[in-house]
Design a protein around this ligand. Structure first.
Ligand SMILES: [Zn+2]
Length: 386
C-alpha cells in the first residue's frame, strides 16, 4: 500500500459539494472527483448542533481538525476513508444548512460571517493522506488506525505530517529503545522511546515549545545535528549540576531551566549538599520544586510549598494570645498592639488572623508551635511581602 501526504484547501474540497437530505449523506466534493460517504460508510451523524458546530469553530480558531484519509480508487477518483463526518460538516456549513453562534449567542450562517472569516474557512488547508492499494489492504490498515490501534498521540501525528528524512533520523536517535542513552534520559524525561516521548521532549527544548514550526522548517534537513546537540547540552548540564539523581527530577521542565540558568556557575558538591538538606526537611512539601529553588539561588520559597501550621497549633496559639491580650488590655495581634490606631485594643477573631513563622523558614525557623504567632491578616500579609 502506498500513502502520500497531500494538502487541500477547503474551497477545493467544497467545490461541487452535494448533500443528500433524504439519505443524510454528503455525496461529492472536489469538483465531483471525491466521493464523500461511500455506500459502506455510516450516515452523517454530526448534525446535532454540537459536533458539526465544533468543526466550524475549530476552523475559525485555527485549531487542527485532525488527519483525513482518502482512498485513491482510480485516476481522478477518490473516496473519503476517514473524515467524512468532518468534511460533510464543512460542506453543509458552507451551503448554509446550519448556523453556529457568535460570542453574543447570535446565530451565524456562512454568509453572515465577515468576509475575513469566510475567507479564513475557505483558505484553511487540510492535511490528507491519500492511500493507494488493494481494498483489503486498505481496510486492514484502516482498522488498525481506528479500532485496534492505540490512537496516535500528538508527536506521532506530527511525525506523520512532517514525514521525511529529518523525522527518520530523529526517530533513529530518540525513538529507538536500543539506544543505550535512553536509560540515562529516563532519569529526567517521562515516557518511553516507542511512544515518541523522548523525541517530543527533545523537539520541545530545541524549538522553545514551537514543535510544529521547527519540524516544518527542518523537514528537508539531511541531519539532526542541532536537535541532537541541543538535547545533549541540556542533559549534560542537568547531570553535571545535580550529581545525585532523584526521582522527582523526572519530567521537570529541563529545557526551560537550562535556558534560564545554564550560564550561571554552580559548585555541584555544594548543590548536592543543599539538595540533600532540603530533601531531609519535613517542612518542604514540594520536592519537585527543590531543583529550581537551588538553581535560583535559594530565594523563591514558593517553589517548595513550605508546610503550614496545623489547625491544632493555630487554635492553641490563638487561645493563649487572646488570654494574654485580655490580661494586658491590648490587641491579640502583637503588631496592632504596638500601633497607635483604633486596632490597638482590638481582639481579632480566629478567622481574622493567619499563622506566621516568627523565625522565617528560610532562616532555619521550624514549623512547630514554638515558632508560631497569630497575626491579623493585614499584618501577616505585610510581613510576608518583606
Ligand atoms: Zn495586626
Amino acid at each position: 500500500m502506498k500513502t502520500t501526504l497531500k494538502e487541500y484547501k477547503i474551497k477545493d474540497i467544497c467545490e461541487g459539494f452535494v448533500y443528500n437530505e433524504l439519505e443524510a449523506k454528503g455525496l461529492f466534493g472536489l469538483s465531483g472527483t471525491l466521493t464523500i460517504q461511500p455506500e459502506y460508510q455510516r450516515h452523517y451523524i454530526y448534525a446535532d448542533g454540537k459536533k458539526d458546530v465544533a468543526v466550524i469553530e475549530s476552523l475559525l480558531r485555527g485549531y487542527p481538525i485532525g488527519l483525513i484519509y482518502f482512498n485513491k480508487i482510480g485516476e481522478d477518483k477518490l473516496e473519503v476513508l476517514d473524515g467524512q463526518q468532518r468534511i460533510t460538516s464543512i460542506g453543509r456549513y458552507v451551503q448554509e444548512k446550519f448556523a453556529i453562534k457568535d460570542e453574543n449567542g447570535m446565530p451565524q450562517n456562512f454568509t453572515s460571517l465577515s468576509q475575513d472569516k469566510q475567507k479564513q474557512i475557505m483558505d484553511t488547508t487540510l492535511l490528507i493522506y491519500e492511500c493507494e492499494g488493494k481494498e483489503d489492504e486498505i481496510k486492514e490498515w484502516f482498522k488498525t488506525i481506528n479500532i485496534v490501534g492505540v490512537p496516535l498521540n500528538e508527536q506521532e501525528l506530527l511525525n506523520a505530517i512532517y514525514s521525511g528524512e529529518f523525522v527518520t533520523l530523529a526517530k533513529e536517535e530518540f525513538s529507538n529503545s536500543q539506544n543505550s542513552n535512553t536509560q540515562k534520559w529516563s532519569a529526567y524525561i517521562k515516557g518511553n522511546a516507542n511512544r515518541q516521548e523522548f523525541l517530543a521532549e527533545a523537539l520541545e527544548w530545541v524549538s522553545k515549545k514551537e514543535v510544529g514550526d521547527y519540524m516544518s522548517k527542518h523537514r528537508k534537513d539531511k541531519n539532526i545535528d542541532q536537535l541532537k546537540n541541543y538535547f545533549s547540552s541540556v542533559i549534560d548540564w542537568v547531570s553535571q549540576t545535580f550529581i545525585d539523581v532523584e526521582k522527582e527530577m523526572k519530567g521537570l521542565e529541563w529545557g526551560r531551566l537550562y535556558e534560564e540558568y545554564h550560564k550561571k556557575g554552580y559548585d555541584p558538591k555544594k548543590v548536592s549538599e543543599v539538595v540533600q538538606k532540603l530533601y531531609a526537611d519535613s517542612c518542604v512539601e514540594n520536592k519537585k520544586g527543590i531543583f529550581e529553588y537551588v538553581l535560583g539561588g535559594e530565594k523563591n520559597t514558593k517553589l517548595l510549598t513550605i508546610r503550614i501550621f496545623s489547625e491544632a497549633v493555630k487554635n492553641s496559639v490563638y487561645a493563649s494570645q487572646v488570654a494574654e491580650a485580655e490580661k494586658t488590655g491590648v490587641s491579640n495581634c502583637s503588631h496592632c498592639a504596638i500601633g497607635h490606631d483604633t486596632n490597638k485594643n482590638k481582639i481579632w477573631r480566629l478567622d481574622e488572623m493567619d499563622a506566621d513563622h516568627v523565625g522565617a523558614w528560610s532562616k532555619g525557623g521550624k514549623t512547630d508551635i514554638s515558632n508560631c504567632e497569630m497575626l491579623c491578616k493585614t499584618h501577616n500579609r505585610a510581613k510576608g511581602n518583606k
